[in-house]
Design a protein. Structure first.
Length: 152
């Protein structure tokens, strides 16, 4: 058998084996649609009764009963994602005092352990520069950005 025919035969066998393995993996990953539909149908009770165990005491905001009911529903509702995004996007550098940020007089806290509990090697230059960037006081930069926004 020549080397060219051997290579062609080897490629054909490898191609067939890879196709078979890919089909097998794809069949393993195919979702069970009946299970997913059943799970979704079981979740319908959550939409019908979102907080069954949490009785909410109604407050008297106003004498108008309809308005009072609306205010009670609004007060009990969790904040929307849109409201949380708005508050994060409108953060000003002056607000950092509220959050005990570096310019509030509290010392910077340098992490001593990593995510998995291992010790942080501060002698490594790249680790030290990353920690420095994360704990740096950016309040002057934020004030300059706020000032530039005001001048627009």
């Amino acid at each position: 058998m020549s080397s060219k025919s051997f290579v062609k035969l080897l490629r054909k066998i490898i191609k067939e084996e890879v196709q078979g393995a890919v089909r097998e993996v794809l069949n393993e990953q195919r979702p069970n649609h009946n299970h997913i539909i059943e799970h979704g149908m079981n979740l319908s009770h959550v939409t019908e009764n979102p907080m069954p165990n949490a009785p909410i005491a109604k407050k008297q905001f106003t004498k108008n009963s309809m308005l009072n009911d609306l205010l009670n529903e609004t007060a009990a509702a969790p904040p929307s994602q849109e409201a949380m995004d708005w508050s994060a996007s409108n953060f000003k550098s002056e607000m950092s005092n509220t959050f005990n940020m570096p310019n509030s007089g509290t010392p910077n806290v340098v992490p001593t352990t990593g995510i998995n509990g291992e010790a942080v090697n501060m002698s490594n230059e790249s680790v030290a520069s990353t920690v420095n960037a994360m704990t740096k006081d950016y309040s002057a930069l934020m004030k300059a950005i706020d000032k530039k926004k005001m001048n627009r």
